[in-house]
Design a protein around this ligand. Structure first.
Ligand SMILES: NC(=O)c1ccc[n+]([C@@H]2O[C@H](COP(=O)([O-])OP(=O)(O)OC[C@H]3O[C@@H](n4cnc5c(N)ncnc54)[C@H](OP(=O)(O)O)[C@@H]3O)[C@@H](O)[C@H]2O)c1
Length: 423
C-alpha cells in the first residue's frame, strides 16, 4: 500500500524564513479544509520551538503538527521525508550547498519540490541536470517561488493576458517602500547572495549548456538605457536590477518559444531609487559587495559584520517586526507590442510596436511576508491544479509552470495585487 503523504512538508522550518512559511501554512489551513501538513528540519527541539512560536503568532493550536527529521547531509533521511510528502516547501539555503541533494531526494521520493532560491546558477543547473528525471517520475521541481521571482514572472504573465495583441517587450520597475526604521534582510539571503556574486562565470557556462542555440535576433530590440536614468514611468532614478528575475523570466520565455512555439518576450528589470544620493550609495555598496564576495577573507568579513559592510541592509537577527510591518513593494510593468494578433507569432513584423500597456504588482514586505504567501499559494496550485501545469512534471521556472493556472487570482486574494493601470 502506498505511504500516506502529507500535502505539504515545510523543510528548514527552523530558519528565519522557514518560521514565517510555517505561520503562513498554519493560517491558510483554515481556508483549505482537509489540507494535511508537517514541518521538517534536522533538530527536534528546534522544530518544537518553531511550532510554539507559530502557535503564539497565529493563535492556532499546533501541538499535534507532525514533525519529520531530515538533514541534507543524510541522503536516506531526505528520501524518507520526500516519501511522506506531496509537495516539499524547501527553505534550506544557500541552495548552492543544500539544494541539489534535496532535488534528487524529491525526484526519488516522488514529491514535488518548491524553493525560494534567488540563485540563478543553482536554478539553471537543476533544470539542466534533472528535468528529464523529474518528468520521468512525474514530479514538479519549481524554483524561485518567493519574491524571487513570482512577482516578476506572474507580472509578465498578467500583462500579457491583459494585452490586446502581441507583446514584444516588458520593462519592470521595482521599488521597496519602508518606514522610518528602514528595511533589512536576514543573513541567510546574504550567504546565498555572496556565492551568486562570487561565481559569475558559472552562470554563463550552464546557460550555454541549457540553451545551446540563441533565440532568433529580434528586429525590435527593446532600446538600451544608460546605467542610471530618470524614468518617465515612475518619475524616479533607476538602475539595472541585478537580482535573479531576469534569468528566471528568460527561462520561461525559452519555454514559451522552444516548447509552446509562442513569441518570447524581452524582459528588462530595473531598480527604482528615491534620489541621486541613494543611487550613488547603491553603486558603491554594489562595488564593495562584488569585491568582498570575490575572495575568501572578504566573504568571511561580510558574514561576520554584515550590518557594518551593508549599512544595515543585512542583519544577523533579520529585520525587526516594525521594519517588516512598515515595508512593502511595488513593481510597475510596461509592455510594448502590436495591437493586432500576428499571423506568425514567431517572426517579427516590419512595423514597430504600436501599443503600450502598464500594470502594477504590489504587496507587503518582500522577504518574510510576500515570499511565504507566494510559496504557499504556489504549493496549493501544484496540489489542486495538476491538469493546468505542464504535462508530466519536470524542472520549470514559475512563469512556465503556472502560466495557465489561477496563481494570480489566488495572490490577488492574499494581499499581492495585480492591476492594469488605465490612463
Ligand atoms: N526568494 C526570496 O525572496 C527569499 C526570501 C527569503 C529567503 N530566501 C532564501 O531562503 C534561504 C533561507 O534563508 P534564511 O534567512 O531563512 O536562512 P536561515 O535562517 O539561515 O535558515 C536556514 C535553514 O536551513 C537549515 N539547514 C542548514 N543546514 C541544514 C542541513 N544540513 N540539513 C537540514 N537543514 C539545514 C537550518 O536549520 P538549523 O536551524 O538546524 O540550522 C535553517 O532551518 C536563503 O537561501 C535565502 O536566500 C529567499
Amino acid at each position: 500500500m502506498a505511504t500516506q503523504r502529507y500535502d505539504i512538508v515545510i523543510f528548514g522550518a527552523s530558519g528565519f524564513t522557514g518560521q514565517f512559511v510555517v505561520e503562513e501554512v498554519a493560517r491558510i489551513a483554515d481556508e483549505e479544509p482537509g489540507l494535511t501538513w508537517a514541518i521538517a528540519g534536522r533538530t527536534m527541539s528546534k522544530m518544537q520551538k518553531v511550532l510554539e512560536q507559530a502557535s503564539k503568532k497565529t493563535g492556532k493550536e499546533l501541538d499535534s503538527t507532525p514533525v519529520l527529521i531530515a538533514d541534507t547531509t543524510n541522503e536516506t533521511s531526505m528520501v524518507e521525508m520526500c516519501k511522506q510528502a506531496k509537495v516539499i516547501l524547501n527553505c534550506v539555503g544557500p541552495y548552492r550547498f543544500h539544494g541539489e541533494m534535496m532535488v534528487k531526494a524529491a525526484i526519488e521520493g516522488g514529491a514535488s519540490h518548491l524553493d525560494i532560491s534567488g540563485e540563478p546558477q543553482f536554478l539553471e543547473t537543476m533544470q539542466l541536470k534533472y528535468h528529464n528525471q523529474a518528468k520521468k517520475n512525474g514530479v514538479y521541481i519549481i524554483g524561485a517561488c518567493g519574491f524571487d521571482s513570482i512577482p516578476a514572472e506572474m507580472g509578465v504573465v498578467f500583462i500579457s493576458r491583459q494585452f490586446k495583441g502581441e507583446v514584444n517587450s516588458v520593462e519592470s520597475y521595482f521599488e521597496i517602500l519602508s518606514g522610518p526604521e528602514g528595511y533589512a534582510l536576514h543573513m541567510g539571503t546574504l550567504d546565498s547572495a555572496i556565492h551568486v556574486v562570487a561565481h559569475p562565470l558559472e552562470l554563463r557556462s550552464v546557460n550555454r549548456s541549457l540553451y545551446p542555440e540563441h533565440l532568433p535576433p529580434s528586429k525590435h530590440r527593446v532600446s538600451e538605457r544608460s546605467a542610471v536614468f530618470k524614468s518617465e514611468v515612475v518619475g524616479k532614478y533607476c538602475l539595472p536590477f541585478l537580482g535573479s528575475d531576469k534569468s528566471v523570466v528568460y527561462r520561461t520565455q525559452r519555454y514559451k518559444h522552444d516548447v509552446l512555439k509562442q513569441r518570447p518576450i524581452q524582459f528588462v528589470p530595473y531598480l527604482v531609487k528615491d534620489g541621486l544620493v541613494s543611487v550613488v550609495g547603491n553603486i558603491l555598496f554594489g562595488l564593495l559587495f562584488l569585491i568582498m564576495s570575490s575572495f575568501g577573507l572578504g566573504r568571511t568579513l561580510l558574514m561576520k559584520f554584515p550590518s557594518f559592510f551593508t549599512a544595515g541592509f543585512f542583519k544577523k537577527g533579520g529585520p525587526t517586526k516594525t521594519q517588516i510591518e512598515n515595508s512593502s513593494f511595488k513593481m510597475t510593468f510596461v509592455a510594448k507590442g502590436w495591437s493586432k494578433t500576428l499571423e506568425d507569432p514567431l517572426s517579427d513584423p516590419q512595423e514597430k510596436p504600436d501599443t503600450i500597456l502598464t500594470a502594477k504588482v504590489a504587496g507587503p514586505e518582500i522577504g518574510y511576508i510576500t515570499t511565504p504567501i507566494c510559496m504557499v499559494q504556489s504549493a496549493l496550485v501544484v496540489l489542486k491544479e495538476a491538469d493546468k501545469l505542464p504535462k508530466d512534471g519536470g524542472v520549470y521556472p514559475p512563469g512556465a509552470a503556472f502560466l495557465n493556472t489561477s496563481l494570480i487570482e489566488r495572490l490577488n486574494k492574499h494581499n499581492i495585487t495585480f492591476t492594469e493601470v488605465k490612463d
